[in-house]
Design a protein around this ligand. Structure first.
Ligand SMILES: [Zn+2]
Length: 101
């Protein structure tokens, strides 16, 4: 099997995999601080090497808007500001105290 596809091809594939893994980690690292989309940072890591994207990552501030949006998406429910009962996050009207949220 190995000599039919060539040892260089196998070696190249292994090297490619070894290179892609840190690129994926860098893309995930950017995603974690709210930098989207994931594929863009994966492509940038692949093009400019994960070392460059890792160095740039130090100067990139987290995207608070995206992080806030994600946090709200995770929390499906919130406390009503008037009666403190749990209501749906998207609710505009509290079913407990009948106030507009
Ligand atoms: Zn309420």
């Amino acid at each position: 099997m190995l000599h039919t596809i060539g040892p260089h091809l196998v070696l190249g594939f292994v090297a490619y995999c070894v290179y892609v893994v840190p690129c994926i980690f860098m893309a995930l690292s950017y995603y974690k601080i709210g930098r989207e989309p994931l594929w863009l940072y994966l492509v940038l890591s692949l093009l400019f090497t994960p070392i460059v994207t890792w160095l740039v990552r130090i100067f990139v501030p987290p995207n608070e808007n995206v992080l806030d949006r994600r946090k709200k998406k995770l929390a499906w429910r919130m406390a009503c500001p008037y009666c403190s009962e749990q209501i749906a996050y998207r609710a505009i009207y509290c079913k407990h105290c009948h106030s507009n949220v």
